[in-house]
Design a protein around this ligand. Sequence first.
Ligand SMILES: Nc1ncnc2c1ncn2[C@@H]1O[C@H](COP(=O)(O)OP(=O)(O)O)[C@@H](O)[C@H]1O
Ligand SMILES: [Mg+2]
Length: 360
Amino acid sequence: MLFDTKPKTRRADLFDFEEEFSRLSRLINDSLTRLIVVRGLRRTGKTSLVLTTLNELGVPYVFIDVREVVRSRRGLYEVLSRALSDFLRRYSLRKALLNSIIKALSGVRGVRVHGVEVSLNWGRDRPLLTELFREFDGVSSSVGVGFVIVIDEAQRLGGSLGIEVWSAVAHAYDFLGNIKFIISGSEMGVLNSILNNPESPLFGRAYAEVITERLSREKSLEFLQRGFSEVGVEVDEGELNEVVDRLDGVIGWLTYYGYSRSVGGRDLTSIFNDAINLAREELENFLKLRVSRRYRVVLKLLASGVREWGLLKRRLEDYEGSPISDRVLHDILTALKMHSIINEELEFTDPIVKEAAREL
Ligand SMILES: Nc1ncnc2c1ncn2[C@@H]1O[C@H](COP(=O)(O)OP(=O)(O)O)[C@@H](O)[C@H]1O
Ligand SMILES: [Mg+2]
């Protein structure tokens, strides 16, 4: 179903994306490609593309789902435990594969396996990521199938934990020949700093990219029309046009609207309000980690259409009641760009986020 709001996992539910699908398939099958980056704004279909492609190819994969910013080692190891348990559950019918992995994992210090539940210690006797990768590489080689390790929303692994993870990935890239990595991210600047920053452990490794783009206006309409016809709901063309205009080709928002409107039976206004609330929560999460007062003011100004440097600075000074240095504004705008909230032209990358910023 096109309007299913979970990430898609089957080709039949994946709208369009022919090119992206075949490019990613090719890269996964290509033995020379070791590192693949899937990048695109939030809700443009990265997770759906990755999961669908891996499932359709039947390639065994570990999916490390970094749902929130990971701040502690315990948090990181919980994410890894979940990824490994999901892996065992997913391949519980492929007995040979399952048994080899269970055997390999059970031999690693700090790893416990009960049925298909894996739990990792995070203290001093924790398994190193490098050891886990080595076990996967070993099994991959013995069963003769290349494994893929996916790190989804990679930008949420930062700081010293990020360095720990990226060093392990770099080590695997350099020394383990049977596994490959897919790194996905929605915050372009941050992703770029993981890959192309001389201080990053991954710096210098070759990678191939797949980019998820927004849908064109025509494709957006087609997506909605097909989705509604699948569920047998009629929506008039005026409304569809309005929705397409407001959502600017972000397939995740189109899906959210389609689902809420048909299965949820809700009206347009309440759907938009909820979407904006969701986006506002995400902005609040971003603000929590920063001197949020100034960011709030700048976001609101940008959302009201102020994009001229001098004017932004003056308004921010008015708000503070004191002069600020250029540096302050520069740093705020840079952070907003790094996180893909705005682009180089200081425009919001997502229309719903823009509306949410107005209400901050
Ligand atoms: N090609 C597609 N066809 C149908 N639905 C899609 C497609 N891509 C994404 N979606 C839907 O859009 C939403 C966001 O997709 P997701 O894959 O989670 O995006 P991302 O990982 O880029 O944030 C989900 O509800 C998903 O089901
Ligand atoms: Mg995703």
